[in-house]
Design a protein around this ligand. Structure first.
Ligand code: HEM
Ligand SMILES: *[C@@H]1O[C@H](CO)[C@@H](O)[C@H](O)[C@H]1NC(C)=O
Ligand SMILES: *[C@@H]1O[C@H](CO)[C@@H](O)[C@H](O)[C@H]1NC(C)=O
Ligand SMILES: CC(=O)N[C@H]1CO[C@H](CO)[C@@H](O)[C@@H]1O
Length: 502
């Protein structure tokens, strides 16, 4: 009995000592790591002559920065997140440090070092794999280094000039689009819904060789009838895509807390995509058409399936590129038409320019001459950049996350003048910006779809101007952001369109 008690006490003492030892060891380890990081950062600053970030956002929660995470989620829902970040710039100056769920984002600035000159030193690190990983796996958006390089090389030939210049398939989808728009102005429609379908239809055909044909599905289900464009039915594909995206978003905002968030809808959506990818792969095996014939189109999906048998890799890559191809161009068009519907003066100038085509369908070459159309696209991407926020993580040494707001950068008065907050396409007559205009990012990871996107947006804009003589906004309020993976209009693009009377 006594002996037992004694051993129990001894065990207790050793356990206590063990625990204490463990705590001391952890503290030492932590101190060593902090010291090492501190020294690395100091050496880096000396080598590169860095000036300190003087301004620091005053977090109410200085340790985890939960106030900033909560602020972002709340303002995201209210449609005022970008303005909030913008306000932080005017209070704290263009570069500042802040805590946000263990990450340290700053704000707008000249990002040439992060994007170009010191490209290899920065990557996406773990800032993306966490939130994007479950949907996007290891595709082009999420990967760095050799993996990224491989993805990019496989994708690039799809965007060769002669492939982009082939506008016939775009016109086919646009025909369906037009057939869904009532031409008698008094019916209000939401152009944004239609733009999202148009771009997924064209991007899937352009990259996979087969269109998901969501506009056709909409048409067959009875179309988009009046009253602000209520969705009557939705194709499974578009629905799954939406689900999966809201899931990524929530987790991107929650920063590392994404671990706590379950995502049943996202998982279901992923399964849908895996099935689709597998089916495509099997069809390819059946065809057995080894090498593509000379002059045949480069179809990313086919080349990818040739390059790998790994279904997970195929899945990841397809999802990445679909995500990139759908929302971006659709958001640009939605934002632009939201403004056009309220600006008859700009609409009239566009009409005057497009009249030069004398009713012919635009071609890749004739589109190039439509300067004012391009000014409008550039101006929309400046004032309402569809990818408004971005970040990278230092891979080599300091581990710091650098985040910047393109939205804020594009509104800086020292670059764009006192009317920076106004939509004024004419400013592009003289504007030649470099690192202060980054709608497509810059450096080696610049958007691979830039020319394709601008061509598609210019084509669609031109065609709508040819088809409709008047556009009327049915939205009394100003443009309000909806920050998803891209930024579009929170209230959609509610308009009445009057067909040209022939
Ligand atoms: C107005 C339309 C578009 C805008 C504003 C835009 C913008 C951007 C931006 C800012 C990035 C960099 C994102 C990052 O930090 O990783 C990016 C990357 C990318 N974009 Fe676009 N994009 C547009 C359209 C498209 C389209 C239509 C496609 C494909 C069909 C596409 C494919 C890609 C791909 C694959 C990347 C990743 C490139 C890489 O990491 O090497 N984009 N885009
Ligand atoms: C639109 O912006 C791009 C990128 O800065 C620029 O190269 C181009 O010249 C601009 N287009 C027009 C028509 O101003
Ligand atoms: C959104 O659009 C509807 C018309 O469809 C309009 O009644 C409403 O006021 C708009 N909301 C805002 C915030 O502008
Ligand atoms: C858009 C905007 O307000 N940018 C401001 C950010 O902060 C710097 C420094 O205070 C100003 O010069 C910019 O105009």
């Amino acid at each position: 009995m006594d002996l037992n008690n004694h051993t129990a006490k001894a065990a207790l003492v050793t356990r206590r000592q063990l625990l204490l030892g463990l705590i001391v060891a952890l503290l030492l380890l932590w101190t060593a790591r902090r010291t090492n990081l501190y020294l690395t950062r100091r050496r880096f600053k000396q080598q590169h002559g860095c000036r300190p970030v003087r301004k620091r956002f005053r977090n109410r929660d200085p340790i985890l920065g939960l106030d900033a995470v909560w602020g972002a989620v709340q303002r995201g829902q209210a449609g005022t997140m970008l303005e909030w970040l913008h306000w932080r710039n005017s209070t704290y100056g263009p570069t500042f440090a802040a805590r946000m769920g263990l990450h340290l984002p700053g704000s707008a600035g000249g990002d040439a070092a992060v994007l170009a000159t010191r490209f290899h030193a920065f990557g996406h690190g773990d800032t993306r794999t966490g939130s994007f990983g479950p949907l996007l796996g290891r595709g082009i958006f999420v990967s760095d280094g050799a993996r990224w390089h491989e993805s990019r090389s496989l994708l690039r030939p799809n965007f060769a000039r002669e492939q982009i210049a082939d506008l016939a398939q775009l016109e086919r989808h646009l025909g369906l689009f037009l057939s869904l728009v009532p031409g008698s102005g008094d019916i209000t429609i939401d152009l944004q819904t239609l733009f999202f379908r148009l771009t997924i239809d064209t991007a899937s055909e352009f990259l996979f060789g087969t269109s998901v044909d969501s506009l056709r599905a909409l048409k067959e289900s009875g179309g988009l009838i009046g009253n602000g464009g209520t969705k009557t039915s939705d194709s499974a594909f578009a629905e799954a895509m939406n689900d999966a995206q809201s899931d990524i978003l929530l987790r991107a905002r929650l920063s590392w807390f994404y671990h706590l968030q379950s995502h049943p809808r996202g998982a279901a959506a992923v399964k849908f995509f895996v099935d689709e990818a597998v089916r495509q792969r099997e069809a390819l095996d059946l065809e057995k058409s080894g090498s593509s014939a000379v002059g045949e189109k480069y179809v990313f999906l086919r080349e990818l399936a040739k390059a790998t048998k790994d279904r997970k890799v195929i899945r990841d890559e397809l999802l990445n590129i679909l995500l990139a191809g759908r929302d971006t161009t659709a958001s640009l068009l939605s934002n632009l038409f939201f403004v056009l519907a309220k600006r008859p003066d700009i609409w009239a100038k566009l009409q005057a320019e497009v009249a030069g085509l004398e009713g012919r369908l635009p071609t890749y070459e004739t589109l190039k001459n439509l300067k004012y159309v391009k000014y409008c696209l550039n101006e929309s991407l400046r004032l309402h950049p569809v990818v408004p926020l971005n970040n990278k993580q230092a891979m080599e040494d300091t581990g710091t996350v650098v985040a910047w707001s393109v939205y804020t950068l594009h509104r800086r008065r020292e670059y764009y003048g006192d009317d920076a907050d106004e939509f004024r396409p004419e400013r592009w007559e003289t504007l030649r910006p470099s690192w202060e205009y980054l709608p497509f990012n810059g450096g080696p990871r610049i958007c691979v779809g830039q020319q394709y996107a601008l061509t598609e947006a210019a084509y669609v804009t031109t065609r709508l101007i040819q088809e409709f003589e008047r556009i009327e906004s049915r939205d009394p309020g100003p443009w309000v952001e909806s920050v998803g993976l891209t930024v579009c209009s929170r209230n959609g693009t509610k308009v009445g369109l009057y067909r040209v009377s022939s």
